[in-house]
Design a binder for this molecule. Structure first.
Ligand SMILES: [Zn+2]
Length: 230
């Protein structure tokens, strides 16, 4: 069986702090059209939140541009497509609470329950998307006007084909996943084995993956992001 590691709630609890200075960093909106990075929400339930554009931390965008430039050196038609970035911490709490209410009576052990929910949606205090540091990305072929073959649709959690390693993947899909991961890691992003498209920079998952004591970013509420956008 393939060797994936799914980062656990208890792993992320080991990262107790974030850096106050880096957490002041501003957010930027990703361009809808560009030669390098494009931000396009996918039409899925609960996913469209703030008009058309996706917000991320400024350093995250700068790193994404570097990834996209490296991809373009490999294939001139390639762009980096971001389908999800910042999520309001209040939305995260809402999604979490919906599952919490459904399952809370089924568990005697609280930690066991949190781990169970965390597999479906990150526990809010450790979650990445509300920091503006996590992104869901794919490589987009501008000439063919499609995302290249990753062996499953982006954001499709319905089967285990979303796991980074999967024995049912074609060689082509396997290589494309490997390429995306290598390019993202080269610019300092941490991967997540549970979803081939999910990467993060500066959140608790990133800090845990790279053995850092502190995260760079904390979760924020949407009004702080959208009042200070540059
Ligand atoms: Zn994600």
């Amino acid at each position: 069986m393939a060797n994936n590691y799914f980062v656990k709630y208890k792993d992320l609890l080991t990262i107790k702090e974030y850096d106050e200075e880096t957490n002041k960093e501003e957010f930027v909106l990703l361009p809808l059209e560009d030669d390098y990075v494009i931000g396009k929400h996918q039409k899925r339930i609960n996913m469209i939140e703030y008009g058309n554009q996706i917000a991320v931390r400024k350093s995250v965008y700068e790193r994404l541009i570097k990834v996209a430039k490296n991809l373009k050196n490999i294939n001139n038609d390639f762009k980096l497509m971001v389908v999800y970035g910042f999520r309001d911490i209040k939305k995260q709490e809402q999604y979490f609470n919906e599952i919490f209410e459904e399952v809370k009576d089924k568990f005697e052990d609280e930690m066991e329950m949190y781990e169970y929910i965390h597999e479906k949606i990150a526990v809010p205090i450790v979650s990445g998307h509300p920091t503006g540091g996590a992104v869901d990305v794919a490589i987009y072929d501008a000439k063919k006007d499609e995302i290249i073959d990753f062996g499953s649709e982006i954001l499709d959690y319905s089967t285990t084909m979303c796991y980074y390693q999967n024995e049912n993947l074609s060689e082509k899909a396997k290589n494309n996943r490997k390429l995306l991961r290598e390019m993202m890691m080269k610019e300092g992003f941490a991967p997540y084995d549970g979803e081939w498209w999910h990467f993060s920079y500066g959140d608790k998952e990133w800090a845990f993956y790279y053995n850092k004591k502190k995260a760079l970013y904390n979760q924020v509420e949407a009004n702080r992001v959208f009042d200070n956008i540059i």
